[in-house]
Design a protein around this ligand. Structure first.
Ligand code: ADP
Ligand code: MG
Length: 246
């Protein structure tokens, strides 16, 4: 892509929490599988952005993460790449049709546009792997979306309301869930989704925070996000702030 990230090279980065892993300087250092490397190359990504340099090794190491970085800083790949790499490394069951799907990954974002962008990126990065990604959001085509889910679903992307709906209908079980990503956490709060997020993490069958890896992303870090991070993340979570965080 034509985006110039060099301006980020000297940006202030703050990592707090115990024993953070060392940042990577290149995508090669992330030691991803060949397919993922190829897909990253095809995306035109030459080097990781700061939130990727720090976020990728943190997530690869299995740590919970609260990351704050401005819009456009590359947060999507910062969580998608390590999650996909871990799925590939640990082995993921090839998806197949079933009346109940048990995704390994759930990603939530506040709007149809935002979750669709994440879905498209995930599908791009997972191209050529056995990982199947599906997106669900409110409004249109409920039947179509449910059929897409039932065809097979390793990574389920959704808006909060639709995610709760599809779990509530019994179409999605949580017994295999290993990664929970809450993206645009500040906007989710602004849009009144805090009760939905709390309902989601409290859903019957949701693995406890000790049993899952939880990753939160936000452009800003107001007090109510700090409170949610404390509630949703393991006590030894790492906090990553890139640049000026409001
Ligand atoms: P954020 O979630 O922080 O707002 P995105 O993940 O949407 O940012 O990324 C913003 C844009 O930058 C997207 O078009 C994405 O494809 C691109 N991008 C992300 N990481 C890189 C990279 N390492 N090199 C080049 N482009 C990148
Ligand atoms: Mg984003």
């Amino acid at each position: 892509s034509g985006i110039n990230f060099d301006k980020y090279d000297n940006i202030l980065v703050d990592v707090s929490g115990e024993n953070p892993p060392q940042a990577i300087m290149t995508f090669e250092e992330a030691a991803m599988c060949e397919t993922l490397n190829r897909n990253v190359g095809k995306s035109g990504y030459v080097k990781p952005t700061p939130v990727q340099k720090h976020g990728i090794p943190i997530i690869m190491a299995g740590r919970d993460l609260m990351a704050c970085a401005q819009t456009g800083s590359g947060k999507t790949a910062a969580f998608l790449l390590p999650i996909l790499q871990r799925l590939m490394a640990d082995g993921v069951a090839a998806s197949r049709f079933s009346e109940v799907q048990e995704p390994e990954v759930i990603i939530v974002a506040p709007t149809r546009e935002l979750i669709n962008q994440i879905f498209l990126e995930a599908r791009k990065f997972a191209f050529g792997t056995c990982v199947r990604t599906v997106v669900v959001y409110g409004g249109v085509n409920t039947g179509y979306m449910i059929r897409e889910v039932l065809k097979g679903c390793n990574v389920l992307c959704g808006t909060p309301g639709r995610m709760l709906d599809i779990i509530g209908r019994g179409k999605v079980g949580l017994s295999k869930l290993r990664y929970l990503v809450l993206d645009e956490a500040d906007r989710m709060l602004d849009m009144g989704f805090e009760p939905d997020m709390r309902k989601l993490v409290g859903s019957p069958g949701m693995p406890s925070k000790e049993e899952r890896q939880t990753l939160m992303f936000s452009a800003t870090y107001p007090e109510d996000i700090q409170r949610m991070a404390a509630d949703f993340l393991k006590t030894d979570y790492l906090f990553l702030a890139v640049g000026q965080v409001g």
